[in-house]
Design a protein around this ligand. Sequence first.
Ligand code: NAD
Ligand code: UFG
Length: 338
Amino acid sequence: MKIIVTGGTGYIGSHTVVELQQDGLEVVILDNLVNSNIEVLDGIEGITGIRPAFEKIDLTDRPATLDFFARHRDAKAVIHFAALKAVGESVAKPLEYYYNNLNALMNVLSGMRQYGVHNLVFSSSCTVYGQADVLPVTEQTPRHEAESPYGNTKVMSEDIIRDLMKVQSEMNSIALRYFNPIGAHPSALIGELPVGIPNNLIPYLTQTAAGIREQLSVFGDDYNTPDGSPLRDYIDVVDLAKAHVVAIHRLLEGRNKKNYEYFNIGTGHALSVLEIIQAFERATGVKVNYKIVGRRAGDIEKVWADTTFANNELGWSAKVPIEETLANAWRWQQRLGK
Ligand code: NAD
Ligand code: UFG
């Protein structure tokens, strides 16, 4: 059974392709490689023994995207990962972010509708909740005004999918709202490939531990949290990848209750930045040189998931302990070297 994976050479996409192939599904990846590398296919093949089909296409190219769907109309579902995702860059380049993320989604939906590929899993984000008043957030927690153009593309994308599903009753979709994906495949054959200076905590931390960066800045210890540093729900990327396989089966087997559903994909546990540093040191035996500095503009204080709905409805839950996730991230960093 063929599954189209847009953005499949990216960080979360590549881990999901591994899980799909290990589940016996056939994958065709579509990516323009704007934020990934073709060598990722070697890693996927190294883990699974199968080299997935790959086509280099820019999803904002509507004729090329429709042509792709015409040739893959036998696919049963699409997992749509492809998007630009750097929050800070999206503030500086709003038009590029809206153009890329929204046109890519609309072209994918058009291709699906036109060629009868009826099932979609979409990468959304807990960013749609902003700083929620009540924690943990459930799927009923109201979405907040997005803090960045990137975040707004997720809110708008969810709305585009919701509105289309109202009139395309033959189509089905699931949006997965990821919390903070981290880690790497335990084989260390695939992982996150940050371009330039990392913005996210874990790649900055592992690069500091590897001596590539001198010091990790901890952005604030004066938040209203137990140790003063912000709280997040860090989800292992392989656990996250597995949630996509479960969502695909739910759609393929018609177990979805509505034709547009959305789920929180997190662990249900909050960890502070300082707790992450301590867990990394415990897991690896490597000390992290860090310094508390001022808050980072735009950061929210705390967010973590209530995963009851995902656990009960999908029969999925996060399994990998945080120390193992951080050890995997470290093994991947060591493989990348300096
Ligand atoms: P990534 O950048 O590693 O992967 C995205 C892939 O999409 C890249 O390979 C890129 O080349 C491709 N792409 C981008 N625009 C494209 C286009 N126009 N045409 C074809 N390919 C295109 O990012 P990721 O971390 O794997 O994220 C995957 C998805 O999950 C994204 O939609 C992202 O917004 C979402 N998400 C990520 C996080 C996170 O923290 N990583 C959190 C929540 C949601
Ligand atoms: N942090 C540091 N130092 C760093 C980097 C991060 O202290 O060098 C802190 C941040 O202040 C925050 C925490 O580590 O408290 C996590 O920060 P990340 O940048 O790793 O992740 P965010 O929670 O800010 O954002 C992530 C993704 C976004 C996504 C959001 C919600 O980067 O794309 O989760 O899904 F929108």
